[in-house]
Design a protein around this ligand. Structure first.
Ligand code: ADP
Ligand code: F6P
Length: 323
């Protein structure tokens, strides 16, 4: 594996603020150590199609402060088939790519695992706003997305306070409630709903809101993770059963964009650097993570077998502070 001379970098799945900083760090660290560096455009789709170009020092200039991913990303159903994976590996060989650093979420890691089985060395960097990757405590994009959501909820608070209304805000997270739980706590939400828990609308939403209203509160914030869904219906039910006018807001993709925060740029820079150091040390088919305040790397099969669960206290704290 120390024969590696050319390293490709790819961003895959949902874009996340800080991905550019990760690509920049991988490319610049690789160039520093004398590797030939290649940018693979548009995720696994671009790998299959050969949308690949060599990177020099300037290719990644002026990117780390930008949101999105300047090399593009994709969801590539073709790559989930063995034929697609074989073609992708073949294309990597056409460009003499020995190793690929994949910046993405769990789905992208499974793709990387498939590539490793096709003989292409891989290293994964966690990039998703959801923070739902088991092999790391932190994923690139999480902090920016949470700050975007928090800023939006603070604004909604101004108007719901002025009108004595309830803002029902849906934040991203199809299968994970990390954004909802942490933003809910920081925004002073009265109710936080995450997909990891089952809910009873009377017990968990209407009841607590009425109780809080009876203590004299006139405006409310309910934070709902995307995976819980039914945000509009929930808002209608709140209006009907509490007598407080509720308005739904779905924040959606604004949480995926924008200038990455210091934390995301810093984590992305560290992880990008560490990914190349891992390859340099002869460790491949690894996944980079951040555990107990330090960078770590795990075997890709082990990393994908790990599980992660939310601390129920994160939601509990919001409940206690709201009552
Ligand atoms: P994320 O990486 O953010 O979780 P996705 O789940 O959409 O995003 O995965 C990104 C891409 O990774 C998919 O479009 C697909 O090409 C590839 N991928 C996902 N799951 C698999 C799998 N089980 N095997 C191979 N490739 C996969
Ligand atoms: O993985 C990040 C994420 O933003 C999830 O929270 C969300 O469910 C999903 O991506 C939506 O992705 P898209 O709208 O691109 O299909």
């Amino acid at each position: 594996m120390n024969q590696i001379k050319t390293i490709g970098v790819i961003t895959s799945g949902g874009d996340a603020p800080g991905m550019n900083a990760a690509v920049r760090a991988v490319v610049r660290t690789g160039l520093h150590y004398g590797y030939k560096m290649m940018l693979i455009k548009h995720g696994y789709t671009g790998l299959i199609n050969g949308e690949i170009e060599e990177a020099d020092f300037t290719s990644v200039g002026d990117t780390l402060q930008r949101g999105g991913t300047f090399i593009g990303t994709s969801r590539c159903p073709e790559f989930t088939t063995e034929d697609g994976q074989r073609r992708a590996a073949q294309m990597a060989r056409v460009f003499d790519i020995d190793a690929i650093v994949v910046v993405g979420g769990d789905g992208s890691y499974k793709g990387a695992q498939a590539l490793s089985k096709q003989g292409i060395a891989v290293v994964g960097i966690p990039g998703t706003i959801d923070n739902d990757i088991a092999s790391t405590d932190y994923t690139i994009g999480f902090d920016t997305a949470m700050n975007t959501a928090l800023d939006a909820i603070d604004k909604l608070r101004d108007t719901s306070l002025s009108h004595d209304r309830c803002s029902v805000v849906e934040v991203m997270g199809r299968s994970a409630g990390y954004i909802a739980a942490q933003v809910g706590m920081a925004a002073g939400a009265d109710v936080v709903l995450v997909p990891e828990e089952d809910y009873d609308i009377d017990r968990d939403v209407i009841g607590p809101l009425i109780e809080t209203r009876n203590k004299g509160k006139k405006h409310f914030i309910v934070v709902v993770a995307e995976g819980v869904g039914m945000t509009e219906q929930l808002s209608e039910a709140i209006t009907k059963y509490t007598g407080v006018e509720a308005r739904p807001t779905i924040l959606g993709h604004i949480q995926r964009g924008g200038t990455p925060t210091l934390r995301d740029r810093e984590m992305a820079s560290r992880m990008g650097y560490y990914a190349v150091e891992t390859i340099r040390a002869g460790r491949v088919n690894r996944i980079i993570g951040f555990r107990e305040n330090r960078l770590v790397d795990y075997d890709i099969d082990e990393a994908l077998a790990m599980s992660k669960s939310m601390d129920p206290m994160d939601v509990e704290i919001s409940k206690i502070l709201a009552q």
